[in-house]
Design a protein around this ligand. Structure first.
Ligand SMILES: Cc1ncc(COP(=O)(O)O)c(C=O)c1O
Length: 399
């Protein structure tokens, strides 16, 4: 046997492990050594899952809802997604147009596999969530990256996507509110993009996983705007993870025209079968129960965002856009970098962890060197301590 037989499939030459996990693993190691680690790396809410949601899961276990479900998910949950979207956006999705998945991540993967293939170009944006790019590659299509600019608050514009369209463009994937920037595609830009995408026959996939976490009441009815212009080429991916503090439960969904939903259902029937039956019952409680848990968490995130921005503003060398959604700030720390000191934001995040025991995520993870992501899914006390240590480290390393 030659060594060649030991090699992995070609596709693995192009797929990277999610880079956001590295800091988490190192922080875990330091914690085990008893180090007082301040974690601003979390990509998930620090709140507990609301009690009425957890109670619905307990009930599901007691009532023996512990067997396989329909691959697409239980009907009450697909209906609940439909009514949420009806209430929140005024759009109609029938139960056979909704597939319940193991998190928004799987919904997006299904969309990629259902729609993209060799020869297709798929446009997405950076700084952004790396999974969207890897999923395009997993579907054997070519990612085309467009860049949002820090000086514009990382705002997504129709023009930046449309300028990248070629005859091979199959789709545009948007993440709004975005990770790591918290930026949105505004409704004005959405209208322009939707009209043009409809005219050119492009698909639009929208990652709405942070859709319930938007501050200051900024209107963001992308489902209606794109739906009115091009419903037959629109895929929406959502999730209970961030809105209801349910990351570990693994529940998301895809809402799409029936052929895409059927394709996602077929894919899922050979992969995970169904999202956990217990989780699905909990998700019905989340989507149909009182929504005050969401608004309460949102108010707390907003309070933290404003405090964090205030603390960061005390350091004039750091520039930081105001995020309109999600729970991250993404400051530019490049003025602390130098060829003879800390050279990159990756080194910055590594050394900040080693010297001051603060976990952040380097901009490199989001294709944006020179930045670091700080998550404010942490208590105000933790945030204050983390930013104090970060500022101390930054000043020291810049000399
Ligand atoms: C931008 C974005 N989309 C989607 C997801 C997927 O989340 P989940 O699979 O937990 O629904 C995440 C998770 O971090 C994310 O940051």
């Amino acid at each position: 046997m030659t060594n060649d037989t030991l090699r992995l499939a070609d596709r693995m030459q192009h797929i990277a492990m999610s880079p956001t996990m590295k800091g988490t693993m190192e922080a875990e190691r330091l914690r085990r050594e008893g180090v007082d680690v301040v974690d601003l790396g979390a990509g998930e809410p620090d709140f507990p899952t609301p009690a009425h949601i957890a109670a619905a899961a307990e009930q599901a276990i007691k009532r023996q809802f512990t067997k396989y479900t329909a691959n697409m998910g239980i009907l009450p949950l697909r209906e609940a997604v439909g009514s949420r979207y009806q209430q929140d956006y005024g759009v109609t999705y029938r139960p056979d147009e909704v597939v319940i998945t193991a998190g928004g991540k799987q919904a997006l993967h299904h969309a990629a596999l259902a729609l993209f293939g060799p020869g297709d170009e798929v446009i997405t944006h950076m700084p952004g969530w790396p999974t969207l790019v890897e999923q395009i590659k997993l579907a054997d299509a070519k990612p085309v990256i467009v860049r949002a600019r820090a000086e514009n608050g990382f705002a997504l514009t129709a023009e930046m996507f449309l300028a990248a369209v070629t005859p091979r463009t199959r789709a545009i994937i948007l993440n709004s509110p975005g990770n790591p920037t918290g930026a949105l595609l505004s409704e004005v830009e959405a209208r322009i993009l939707a009209a043009e995408a409809a005219r050119q026959g492009l698909w639009i996939v929208i990652d709405l996983c942070y859709e319930r976490l938007i501050y200051d009441g900024v209107p963001h009815n992308l489902p209606k705007i794109f739906g009115d212009a091009m419903r037959d080429r629109l895929v929406l991916a959502g999730s209970t993870s961030k809105a209801y503090a349910m990351t570990g439960w693994r529940c998301g969904w895809l809402a799409a025209p029936k052929p895409v939903a059927s394709a996602a259902n077929a894919l899922q029937s050979h992969e995970t079968s169904n999202c956990s039956s217990i989780t699905q019952h909990a998700a019905v409680a989340a989507l149909t129960g009182p929504q005050t848990c969401v608004t309460d968490m949102l108010a707390e995130y907003k309070n933290r965002r404003d405090q964090v921005l205030g603390w960061i503003a005390q350091e004039p060398r750091v520039k930081c856009a105001v995020p309109q959604g999600a729970f991250y700030v993404f400051p530019d720390i490049s003025s602390f970098l130098s060829p003879n000191g800390v050279r990159t934001s990756l080194e910055f995040a590594d050394q900040l962890l080693q010297q001051e025991h603060v976990v952040t995520t380097a901009g490199e993870a989001f294709d944006a060197p020179g930045f670091v992501r700080l998550s404010y899914a942490a208590s105000l006390e933790t945030l204050h301590e983390g930013i104090t240590r970060l500022a101390r480290f930054a000043r020291r390393s810049a000399g």
